[in-house]
Design a protein around this ligand. Structure first.
Ligand code: FES
Length: 137
């Protein structure tokens, strides 16, 4: 499923104008975002960290399909948070449910960088898609 949740305030995001890079941790995969190619898919806000992660082949969970109705796309923006849109009340409400919440936590599907700097984004272990997990998970 993809699209937007009609029951929430849409994320107020400024799309990037320049190319920028996102490094996903701990896999240490760097992906260059090209504004001309956004959105990469139909899951999450256009140009969101979830949209970029899926384009980069990063196994970030997104149980609700990227419409701000779960917290499985929780990511920790280690660098570059200042270039991202402000979280909406709806995002903050969902984030409260997220395991391992930090002051740098965002919902990947709602967090849209504006391209003014590169990002480092950590995917918490429990939000990595099971397909990529090792034995016992
Ligand atoms: S995928 Fe459900 S809130 Fe982001």
């Amino acid at each position: 499923m993809a699209g937007r949740n009609p029951y929430i305030t849409p994320a107020d995001a400024e799309p990037p104008k320049n190319k920028y890079k996102v490094t996903f941790l701990p896999m240490n995969t760097t992906f260059e975002v090209d504004p001309a190619k956004l959105p990469y898919g139909r899951t999450g806000e256009p140009g969101s960290i979830l949209d970029v992660a899926l384009a980069a082949g990063i196994p970030l969970d997104h149980a609700c399909g990227g419409v701000c109705a779960c917290s499985t796309c929780h990511v920790i923006v280690r660098k570059g948070l200042e270039s991202c849109n402000e979280p909406t009340e709806d995002e903050l409400d969902q984030l409260e449910e997220a395991r391992g919440l930090t002051t740098e936590s965002r919902l990947g599907c709602q967090c849209v960088p504006n391209g003014t700097c590169d990002l480092e984004v950590e995917i918490p272990p429990w939000n990595r898609n099971a397909v990529q997990e090792g034995p016992g998970h």
